[in-house]
Write a protein that binds this ligand. Structure first.
Ligand code: M6R
Length: 586
């Protein structure tokens, strides 16, 4: 999704903007641009990658943008920044302006000339339209006319300041010494400062080199504390790994430990839970679906899991329930929309997110953080296993407080949860054998991932990882469902990845494997039981854990499998085509 950056201070703005934009590349984009003031406004913007920009502008104040096309195709004209008619005001925008058609019509009537097909360009013209006011007032007046979602930054010739506004799109401010930064995400400016101010929806900020002033929607000055971020630049960089995804896969033991430590260092709210709804998108949805099995097993309460994009518009959702919204970024538009709806419906809401101060935290009653550190690879890995850690921890602690578990049983489960980093290490030790397996299946056109019960969502997640980074068609199915249709596609050598934990459904899984080997599938089993080797073409051995905890080890093995298939095929692993890390549009 689009990323925005801005800088005001004493350094060369071109250098800072290019570096900070580079750190937002992981969000996905199709064009990039910057605007810098050095007496006059200098703008460079192009379709394609940041490296295509040739910038040698002087100047110490500027804004930059990476665009992920929504309104208008990727092109030089549709790239940001956009400039007003006089060439004095430049803006960058992330989000969608829903009323841009009506604004554009009005602006065209007053003589403005548009050069792009975008919704964003109207913002530059609208600020110009309020030109009789000082820049700050003109900016605020223009922003108040906008409907939709936005993070906006604007600069104007003759004004040594950056004006910003935020509503439902991410925007953070970095506070330096005699310099200040803005970005869509903290890692962008972490090299320069770890002091951060998070803007809330409806707020404005005015950045000068020695001050940052925040205003509410009515233009009244407000105070906001500065947060110190304890991630290092290294945390946000590759640290010797070929890809962020691989680094993040290998960070999982530490991420799990940090997450559990942080959960245990806080007092967990206790709720009397009768029903649970879980709402999320993508990988977070798969974590939620796994959470359903765990919560139902431990709390004995019904749990429904919804895609956020569906939940938002369902004619009727079940009675008020504890509603858990899962989003690693905390900025996914559909999940934020679902959080609002859940509140309107009278639910108690809990958000699970990886990003402190992200938008979701403003819309829920309680927040539980995954402490995974920044995740840069588009494919979610460590945020998935830490989401599982939070859900397991929450389920065990809630079951204990609701007297559904004895203290002894809860302690036994918690101590197994604490052993997960160790088991994940064991899976990571198997990287070479998983890579060998990946190389055998990398030429397939299509794959199935099958499992039963608690591991069915892990099969879905394995298939999602495979398709998003390798571009091989992959589907996850409950193993018992294959013969109701999908088995029709199995033919000679088609890979079927079968998750075979040693649980109550072990034998049923073996029967399902027989069904596909009988049709010449190439079955890769994942199991802690070496006997499975007799039933499959190839076995990936994973460590033995209690059945309830098998999703952790299986998920990590499948991440490595997808990674090595994609690597064998030479794919752009950290930035797969068509995908964005943070999906801030519906
Ligand atoms: O930030 P979120 O957890 O809300 O993101 C939801 C999905 O876009 C995300 O999980 C996506 O499916 C993954 N990047 C896939 O690996």
């Amino acid at each position: 999704m689009c990323g925005i950056v801005g800088y005001i201070g004493f350094r060369n703005a071109s250098d800072v903007l290019l570096k900070t934009l580079k750190r937002l590349e992981y969000r996905g984009y199709d064009s990039a641009g910057v605007a810098i003031i050095n007496g006059s406004l200098q703008v460079e913007k192009k379709k394609g990658y940041i490296d295509a920009l040739s910038i040698d502008f002087e100047g110490t104040i500027g804004i930059g943008h990476t665009r992920w096309a929504t309104h208008g195709a990727p092109s030089n004209e549709n790239a940001h920044p956009f400039v007003d008619c006089k060439g004095e005001i430049a803006i960058v925008h992330n989000g969608i302006i829903e009323n841009f058609m009506e604004l554009k019509e009005e602006l065209l009537k007053s003589g403005h000339i548009f050069k792009s097909d975008t919704d964003s360009e109207s913002i530059a013209h609208l600020i110009e339209e309020y030109g009789e006011y000082p820049f700050r007032a003109a900016f605020m007046k223009a922003v108040r006319r906008l409907r939709g979602s936005f993070a906006i930054a604007a600069i104007k010739v003759g004004e040594r300041k950056i004006m910003v506004a935020k509503k439902e799109s991410p925007l953070v401010i970095g506070i330096g010494d005699h310099e200040n930064f803005i970005a869509s995400d903290i890692p962008a400016f972490l090299e320069y400062t770890n002091r951060v101010v998070v803007l809330k929806d409806g707020e404005f900020a005015e950045l000068e080199e020695d001050s940052v002033t925040i205003y509410d929607n009515n233009g009244k000055e407000i105070h906001r504390d500065v947060t110190r971020i304890d991630w290092s630049v290294e945390d946000a960089e590759k640290g010797g790994y070929e890809h962020f995804m691989l680094k993040e896969i290998f960070e999982q033991p530490r991420a799990m430990e940090d997450t559990l430590y942080a959960l245990e260092s806080r007092e967990l709210f206790s709720l009397d839970i009768e029903r649970v709804n879980i709402v999320a998108c993508g990988t977070s949805y798969h974590a939620g679906l796994t959470g359903k099995y765990v919560l139902e097993e431990l709390l004995h309460v019904p749990v429904s899991v919804y895609y956020a994009s569906e939940y938002r518009y369902m004619a009727a959702v079940e009675d008020p329930a504890l509603t858990i919204l899962i989003t690693q970024s905390g900025e996914t538009a559909d999940t934020i929309g679902a959080a609002k709806r859940a509140k309107e419906l009278g639910n108690i809401t809990v958000g699970i997110t990886n990003v402190v101060g992200s938008s979701i935290t403003n819309y829920v009653d309680y927040v539980l953080y995954t402490n995974a550190g920044p995740e840069i690879g588009v494919a979610a890995t460590k945020t998935f296993t830490t989401q599982l850690a939070v859900l397991y921890y929450f389920a065990i602690r809630s079951a204990l407080s609701m007297r559904k578990l004895t203290r002894k049983s809860a302690e036994r489960l918690l101590s197994e949860l604490h052993r997960m980093p160790y088991y994940i290490e064991k899976v990571l030790d198997e990287e070479e054998s998983i890579k060998a397996e990946a190389q055998k299946i990398a030429n397939a056109n299509s794959m199935y991932f099958i499992a039963r019960g608690l591991n069915y969502p892990v099969a879905l997640e394995g298939a999602l990882k495979m398709k998003e980074i390798s571009y091989i068609h992959a589907e996850g199915y409950p193993a018992g469902e294959l013969k109701h249709g999908p088995i029709a596609l199995i033919d000679n050598g088609m890979p079927v990845i079968a998750l075979v934990p040693e649980d109550a459904l072990y034998e049923k899984m073996l029967s399902n494997i027989k069904e596909v080997t009988a049709r010449d599938a190439y079955v890769v089993g994942l199991s802690s039981n070496g006997d499975v080797e007799k039933w499959v073409n190839s076995l990936i051995l994973v460590p033995h854990t209690q059945p309830l905890f098998t999703p952790f080890v299986n998920a990590v093995a499948l991440q490595l499998l997808a990674y090595h298939v994609a690597k064998t095929l030479g794919r752009k692993i950290d930035k797969p085509k068509n995908l964005a890390k943070t999906v801030t549009v519906e």
